[in-house]
Ligand binder design. Structure first.
Ligand SMILES: [Fe+2]
Ligand SMILES: [Fe+2]
Length: 254
């Protein structure tokens, strides 16, 4: 469903009760998508707020699924504009919502930025939002950010995997069953957005161990299939250095 004709924002249910809110932006040649995921349950949860400047667009999209004021949890993978920029506008629209993120992210950024105190989640922490349980895994520096973490919906086996498997392009299907690694490796080669952490392989293996059946990427299509296998392929590609930069990252040369 298109929720805003001007921006091309759309909402699609990509797993039971998991709604992908997608806004394309012309930030790189060929376009790029910014996704938030709304999980509808007794205590509705939003993962990634989108940019502050798009807050009215994101609020409009949420309102097509449920009343915005019912939101109870608003979080993100790590503290950047596309993950948390609209947080305070959303908190204003949803008076009962609590921000959340990694414990270290709450300490370094969230509790300074957010209009209300945030909940810091510990590695492996689970919490119920109604009929389903969510699990937080702390993934420091993978792909980037000391405060980086991901959220796993144990009910639908959906990994809200943030900037992992980032794919370029504006007109991508909400969900694909074709692998997304080739496209995301092209992006990694172009932008070098990984932190080159020594713990990367071990962290990715922990995520693979969850056995996700849907990889809900923040940028690009969600991937339905053997998520563990694709994560292990990513780890192998990183280990082999197959996406080594052939030229300086575009962000530095622009
Ligand atoms: Fe990021
Ligand atoms: Fe992002």
């Amino acid at each position: 469903m298109i929720t805003n004709q001007e921006t091309g924002t759309r909402v699609d249910e990509v797993a039971a009760g998991v709604y992908r809110i997608c806004t394309p932006l012309d930030v790189i040649p060929g376009g790029f998508t910014f996704n938030s995921y709304l999980i509808a349950d007794d205590e509705p949860l939003l993962f990634h707020t989108g940019y502050r400047k798009l807050s009215s667009i994101t609020l409009e999209a949420i309102s097509k699924v449920m009343p915005v004021e019912k939101l109870r949890w608003i979080g993100g993978s790590h503290f950047e504009g596309d993950e948390y920029g609209a947080l305070n506008d959303l908190l204003a629209a949803a008076p009962e919502a609590t921000p959340f993120g990694a414990e270290i992210g709450v300490l370094t950024s969230l509790n300074d930025f957010a209009a209300r105190p945030a909940r810091g989640l510990g590695d492996g922490e689970e919490f119920a939002i109604g009929s389903r349980r969510m699990k937080w895994l702390y993934t420091p520096h993978v792909p980037h950010g000391w405060d980086c973490g991901i959220l796993f919906d144990l009910f639908t086996q959906t990994l809200l995997c943030g900037d992992l498997f980032t794919q370029p392009g504006a007109n991508l299907a909400p969900v694909t069953e074709s692998e997304v690694l080739t496209a995301s490796e092209g992006m990694r080669g172009m932008m070098d957005y990984y932190a080159h952490a020594t713990s990367t392989s071990a962290t990715l293996e922990r995520l693979a161990g969850l056995g996700p059946t849907l990889l809900a990427c923040q940028h690009g299509s969600a991937y339905r299939g053997d998520g563990a296998a694709l994560i292990r392929e990513l780890a192998a590609a990183i280990e082999s250095g197959s996406a080594k930069l052939s030229q300086p990252p575009r962000a530095l040369t622009a």
